[in-house]
Ligand binder design. Structure first.
Ligand SMILES: Nc1ncnc2c1ncn2[C@@H]1O[C@H](COP(=O)(O)OP(=O)(O)OP(=O)(O)O)[C@@H](O)[C@H]1O
Ligand SMILES: [Mg+2]
Length: 241
């Protein structure tokens, strides 16, 4: 199964949340790989300290036979990661390369999370098109919610089911209420993640914040979202006796 994390607007916390959610799902026993699908500005490697790899997403998409070489491990959590290639690979992006992902995903893990480019770029839409579900990320600001509504509309047009929305930096001053965000977006809220300085601290030491700061308010919210997803969408089908 491929689930895309994406936002209508940049800087809402997609990469931080994708890493933390992936690590939390591994903790629940779900075999999970996070793939950097932000081809122009790949950031997963920077967040986890694995920025220069020979076979990153860009290379993998063109050479799916190199799938085993592409997987990096985050040993403390067990999360598998395919960071993007950096340097010249990001200059001539071919968004349609992302269409190879459904064939590659079964060789990565049961669940593949995509850290998508923000906005409504072709590469974001290509990621949505190959995904079995969208987890939208927004902040509770009106402009961010409206951008995310556009993203959700595109996902629906592409036939991609919406698993829900994560509201990041929830509860900040002048924020829209969760009820208003839900009314506008019309999708379930998976988590309300508060602004939490531990997120930036985890970023600095290159760990998922749910691992380095497990009891922080942001971590507790993301772990709750992981449990919801686990219970409703990604639980492996029990084998029949
Ligand atoms: N809940 C939070 N509390 C505090 N800081 C946060 C929170 N979520 C994200 N951040 C910080 O916000 C910044 C942007 O986060 P991140 O890189 O995950 O966003 P993004 O949506 O992936 O950005 P881009 O659009 O550039 O890909 C980072 O410095 C991160 O540490
Ligand atoms: Mg990002």
């Amino acid at each position: 199964m491929i689930l895309a994390l994406a936002s209508g607007k940049g800087g809402t916390g997609v990469t931080s949340l994708a890493i933390a959610l992936g690590a939390s799902l591994v903790e629940l026993g779900v075999d999970t790989t996070l793939v950097d699908a932000n081809l122009r500005v790949p950031n997963v490697g920077l967040h986890l300290g694995t920025s220069r790899v020979p076979v990153g997403t860009h290379e993998l998409l063109r050479h799916p036979e190199r799938v085993t070489e592409s997987v990096q491990h985050h040993p403390p959590t067990g999360l598998k990661v395919v960071p993007g290639n950096i340097g010249s690979a990001t200059k001539h992006v071919r968004h349609h390369d992302l269409l190879a992902l459904p064939k590659i995903a079964p060789f990565l893990s049961t669940l593949v999370l995509l850290d998508c480019a923000s906005g409504l770029h072709q590469e974001t839409l290509a990621s949505l098109a190959v995904s079995d579900g969208l987890i939208a990320v927004t902040t509770p600001e009106f402009s961010s919610v409206i951008s995310t509504l556009k993203l959700i509309t595109h996902a629906k047009e592409l036939g991609t089911p919406i698993k829900g929305v994560i509201i990041n930096h929830a509860g900040t001053k002048h924020a829209m209420s969760t009820a208003n965000v839900t009314a506008l977006l019309g999708v379930p809220v998976l988590a309300e993640v508060p602004h939490d300085d531990n997120v930036a601290e985890a970023h600095a030491i290159k760990h998922p914040f749910t691992y380095s700061h497990p009891d922080s308010p942001a971590s507790l919210a993301v772990k709750q979202a992981a449990e919801t997803l686990y219970g409703t969408h990604v639980r492996p089908t029990p084998s029949t006796p």
